[in-house]
Design a protein around this ligand. Structure first.
Ligand code: NIG
Ligand code: FE
Length: 425
């Protein structure tokens, strides 16, 4: 299939973009792209490609931006129940970490998730994935972490493998057994850390070997390095053991307190360090001299009605590889759309639309180490792309609350997004 006449074709070619290099879109005006066997086969101007492939069935993209599908590299998309009541409590003045301390927060979702059957988890997560897909995300990372006991964590992993197999979204899976201290270990964080390290990680490693299809790499292992969750030594213990077992690593760091998690991520060669709100200059310096991607989650402070966001400008000055994600979860940020993340990133961190787009495509693909397959429109890559309802990429970020995606193309398959009854064009 030849997609032609795209007003702006954003290739975002050339790999992840570091520091002030962020924002190179590689625009081809009046662009065209040829898809064969689920992959990008050729790319160029409409004039050149029409001449080269005169017989090819066509898709007219005039009036549209054609760009890579969004890659959302940090979500907690699988859970049971909801936390609307806690949202109200927070608005009335109770802090997120105090709710967790009192047995709510992550632990409240944990109770609902433990009760949920595999079927329930599949049904609820599938509808979230559908909304995600229709807003332009074609690859997504999803974490476990609302079981905090082996049986439920494995049920979540099983559900995620099933959803990945069913598609159309590709799912990069993360094991987050160290998301909070399990209620069975209340008052004994070290006991639970030892349990994760000595019991759960080896079980997950073996289980994955027998249950995951060959194309699925080993899942990431993540830890919530935070006051009231896992301290720096405990986070190190979990991640070092995971590394020993051959898992790639991620970390939740500096969301509320800086315990040194970002520097730990760099030291251990983690693929990414995520949140990074109260990150110090010395951590930024280390990130800048590493391949660890800084994943900023602006929906989280927004969702919590907090005022502090990732110091993105400092990070760009230092030379950090910056990416964006939704953090979609029932507690702090139930938002499925990367388009809203872009809009927020432009305002809260002063990213330009071009920078926010790159941070949500090739850089976020790098945060889950899939930049060789997705995140840009280059020959040989998966044919994962979006046709927008608008002709200029700057409409992303500028506009918010409306879905600007008209068609999602996943591995060469075209999906039309219902843009509403009143839309005539
Ligand atoms: O990334 N901070 C830890 N985990 C999630 C929130 C999870 C929850 O509140 O359910 C986050 O914000
Ligand atoms: Fe998170």
């Amino acid at each position: 299939m030849l997609i032609h006449s795209a007003t702006q074709l954003l290739t975002i070619a050339g790999g992840p973009q570091r520091g002030r290099d962020l924002g190179e879109l590689g625009i081809i005006e009046n662009g065209a792209l040829l898809i064969r066997e689920e992959k990008i086969y050729d790319i160029g101007t409409t004039q050149a490609l029409r001449k080269k492939y005169p017989e090819e069935p066509t898709l007219d993209a005039s009036g549209s931006v054609l760009m890579p599908g969004f890659v959302d590299p940090h979500t907690h998309l699988i859970w049971g129940g909801d936390r609307a009541k806690e949202f109200e409590m927070r608005l009335e003045g109770t802090h997120y970490l105090d709710i967790l301390k009192a047995g709510g927060g992550i632990l409240s979702t944990l109770r609902d998730t433990r009760k949920a059957s595999l079927e329930m988890l599949l049904t609820q997560t599938r509808s979230r994935l559908r909304r995600t897909f229709s807003t332009g995300t074609t690859t997504i990372e999803v974490k476990t972490g609302y079981g905090l006991q082996t049986a439920t964590e494995l049920r979540m992993l099983k559900a995620l493998l099933t959803l990945d197999r069913q598609g159309p979204l590709d799912i990069a899976i993360t094991f987050l057994g160290a998301h909070a201290i399990a209620p069975e270990f209340k008052g004994d964080p070290q006991g639970y850390t030892d349990h994760v390290t000595e019991i759960m990680l080896p079980i997950v490693s073996d289980w994955w070997g027998t249950h995951a299809p060959r194309h699925q790499n080993k899942p990431f292992v993540d830890v919530f390095c935070e006051t009231g969750a896992f301290d720096l030594a405990q986070s190190r213990q979990v991640l070092e053991k995971a590394k020993e077992l051959g898992f790639p690593l991620k970390i939740h760091a500096d969301e509320f307190d800086n315990l040194g998690g970002a520097s730990l991520a760099v030291e251990l060669g983690a693929a990414s360090a995520d949140h990074l709100v109260v990150t110090f200059d010395e951590d930024i310096e280390k990130l800048a001299n590493s391949e660890t991607v800084a994943v900023s989650l602006p929906c989280t402070p927004f969702g919590l009605a907090h005022c502090d966001y990732t110091p993105a400008q400092k990070m760009l000055d230092a030379g950090v590889i910056l990416a964006l994600a939704t953090d979609c979860n029932p507690g702090t940020a139930w938002n499925e759309s990367m388009q809203f993340v872009l809009a927020l990133a432009c305002r809260s961190m002063k990213l330009t639309p071009a920078q926010a787009i790159v941070a949500s495509t090739i850089n976020s693909a790098y945060a889950i180490r899939r930049d060789d397959r997705v995140g840009s429109l280059e020959i040989g890559k998966e044919a994962d792309m979006l046709l927008l309802t608008v002709p200029d990429y700057r409409q992303l970020g500028y506009r918010f609350g409306t879905n600007l995606v008209k068609k999602v193309i996943k591995r060469g398959q075209v999906y039309s997004v219902d843009i509403g009854y009143y839309q005539t064009a």
